[in-house]
Design a protein around this ligand. Structure first.
Ligand code: SF4
Ligand code: SF4
Length: 324
């Protein structure tokens, strides 16, 4: 282990201990947990097969979230004690495939006016009409995932997509955005791997004037999907602490609920929103048992945490680099 990894591990362990203390106290007092970040899988249909996406291994059925399920999520969030939620309208799919996308954005914005509504897209379907609809919608933030400045590399990474189409779509979007008075935050995001590492500087130069932010992000490991290039070796002992079960909530397109946005197959399902409220599901026995195991640093019996390089390895994703 390098000195950098060792120091980083020490700092993370110290933060983890402090967090654990807070959470254990909260659990002992039987206080309720509420998510801060909700991933709503509006659809898990996609037109790409990106090399860093665990979607290839996903065995779940594909579909689009029914309106009734979506409405229940938003209605349930209205009873939360704080309103500054962050809602992501994507998980394992391309949100622009969702025919109800703009209806959902409107409904969420009307009913949760303080929430931040965001989604991540590969921009391949960003026609001038869609761009205009996005810019006129109450969306707070959009993240464009484009990982290269060269067509060959891009098309090797984002398999099935065309670099020219994506870049043309984005240039048109940013032109329209310049003429829009409303301020929608547009982020260009690059997931770094050995294929595109040398392009970071070029990427920044290409997009920094057009986008509001350029984000450079390491590849996620996504449990044992083996997608990270950092390390796939798992440690025997749990060496990390993960905050996702304490802050995150995932609602899959069919209403199933999970606590981790890496859990692409919903292995650790805690319930379904059609049976109980979001709030009751989030605080049920399964969810609390997972939090307790995390606090005890003993996730050996928690699938899939027990095979996750985030806590049984050093594949942490904290090192995001924001430029601009
Ligand atoms: S576009 Fe997004 S959801 Fe689709 S394969 Fe790529 S990373 Fe996965
Ligand atoms: S440890 Fe891994 S599987 Fe468990 S909640 Fe965190 S990211 Fe998800």
């Amino acid at each position: 282990m390098s000195l950098y990894d060792f120091s980083r591990r020490m700092v993370l362990e110290f933060i983890a201990r402090c967090r654990q203390h807070v959470f254990v106290r909260k659990m002992n007092r039987r206080e309720w947990f509420f998510p801060r970040i909700i991933y709503i899988e509006t659809t898990n249909v996609c037109n790409s097969q990106c090399i860093m996406c665990p979607r290839k291994k996903m065995t779940r059925e594909k579909g689009v979230m029914p309106w009734a399920i979506f409405k229940k999520i938003i209605d349930d969030c209205r009873s939360f004690p704080y309103k500054r939620l962050r809602l992501f309208f994507h998980l394992m799919g391309e949100p622009i495939f969702d025919p109800l996308l703009f209806q959902r954005i409107d409904y969420a914005a009307r009913n949760l006016p303080e929430a931040k509504i965001c989604f991540n897209t590969n921009a391949s379907l960003l026609t001038p009409k869609i761009s205009k609809m996005i810019l006129e919608s109450p969306l707070s933030e959009i993240i464009f995932s484009v990982d290269s400045t060269q067509s060959t590399t891009y098309e090797q990474i984002r398999q099935g997509l065309s670099y020219k189409t994506t870049v043309d779509n984005l240039n048109n979007f940013f032109e329209l955005k310049k003429r829009q008075p409303r301020r929608l935050k547009a982020i260009m995001q690059m997931v770094v791997s050995s294929r595109n590492r040398r392009e970071i500087k070029q990427y920044k130069t290409l997009w920094k004037e057009k986008a509001d932010q350029v984000s450079i992000k390491p590849m996620n490991a996504f449990l044992d999907a083996g997608l990270s290039e950092r390390t796939s070796i798992l440690t025997k002992r749990q060496v990390g602490f993960c905050l996702q079960p304490f802050y995150y909530l995932v609602v899959y397109w069919n209403g199933d609920i999970g606590l981790c946005h890496w859990d692409y197959d919903n292995i650790a399902s805690i319930g379904n929103i059609q049976d109980e409220s979001l709030y009751t599901n989030y605080n049920n026995q399964k969810a609390m048992a997972r939090r307790m195991a995390m606090c005890r640093m003993d996730c050996g019996n928690c699938v899939p945490c027990n095979r996750c390089s985030q806590i049984y390895g050093y594949d942490r994703t904290v090192a995001w680099l924001f430029i601009k």
